[in-house]
Write a protein that binds this ligand. Structure first.
Ligand SMILES: Nc1ncnc2c1ncn2[C@@H]1O[C@H](COP(=O)(O)OP(=O)(O)O)[C@@H](O)[C@H]1O
Ligand SMILES: [Mg+2]
Length: 258
């Protein structure tokens, strides 16, 4: 890569960490991680169990404070910000913020998320016009994740494999610029895995996605760039074709499987 090319690529990192470290009573769950996520990419974070993937996510969304290191989002140092501030900036983690309410309908769940995005002003919600426009937007979001037929279904009664699509819809309601997905295909059968992978590809069109994913065939087909964590540190980083042939990566995975 030429010098100019590498510089313009650099300015297009939406998220960067430098020396990111989290210690629990002296044990480094995440150690000196320099993560660079390029805008518009689907970036995967993989690694054996206990590698520190979830801890990285918790640091990025500020559910944990780093012991050391910095996190930059769109060029702004967010290392010391609160979870709500990060969310307002457009860093949204699915399956955490978007936990759905089982007794509400699918539509109501998305509407709650939309209300959260707009704010909590009480008087604001007195307007019927506002509520109607929220309904319209909620239906639109549900159709975009292929849940149009479930709009009036009570969430608890929806098939398990479709709940992730609803979680993605409630996350989209918050209009994320960077969407963090922690194991989006976990516990799913083939058909649902394919459907969720397709959905992630679709919603990635206008945003950046950083995802933890165990299913390597999903990673291979979906992700532009892969970071492999092992024992809290980055073991390898690059496109799937390169990373998957890296002897250290193979060893890390075989070591776990054996
Ligand atoms: N709150 C905590 N207190 C102590 N140790 C923790 C805590 N959270 C995670 N760990 C440890 O940090 C390491 C990384 O965990 P985690 O981030 O959950 O890994 P992964 O998501 O890659 O499986 C593990 O050894 C785990 O036991
Ligand atoms: Mg985890």
């Amino acid at each position: 890569m030429s010098n100019t090319a590498s510089q313009s690529a650099k300015s297009d990192f939406i998220l960067q960490t430098v020396g990111l470290t989290k210690e629990f009573k002296g044990f480094a769950a995440v150690q000196d991680v320099n993560l660079n996520v390029q805008r518009g990419h689907i970036h995967a974070l993989i690694g054996p169990n206990g590698a520190g993937k979830t801890t990285v996510f918790n640091l990025l969304t500020k559910f944990l404070q780093p012991t050391r290191g910095t996190i930059t989002f769109n060029g702004i140092d967010i290392s010391r910000e609160e979870p709500a501030q990060i969310a307002r900036r457009g860093v949204i983690r699915s399956f955490q913020i978007s936990a759905t309410f089982p007794h509400l309908t699918v539509l109501e769940n998305v509407r709650v998320a939309l209300q959260r995005k707009v704010g909590n002003s009480f008087h604001f919600w007195k307007s019927e016009k506002t509520l109607n426009s929220l309904n319209d937007r909620a239906v639109e979001l549900l159709e975009s994740v292929d849940l149009g037929e479930y709009v009036n279904t009570v969430t608890a009664e929806m098939p398990y494999g479709r709940k992730r699509a609803l979680e993605i819809a409630t996350t989209l309601a918050l209009d994320p610029e960077l969407m963090l997905l922690d194991e989006p295909t976990q516990g799913m059968g083939h058909e649902d895995v394919d459907r969720v992978a397709e959905l992630i590809r679709k919603v990635s069109k206008s945003r950046t996605i950083l995802m933890v994913e165990h299913n390597l065939s999903v990673v291979e087909t979906l992700c532009d760039r892969i970071t492999v964590l092992q024992r809290g540190q980055i073991l390898a980083e690059g496109p799937y074709a390169v990373v998957s042939k890296d002897p250290r990566v193979l060893e890390a995975y075989v070591g776990v499987e054996a």
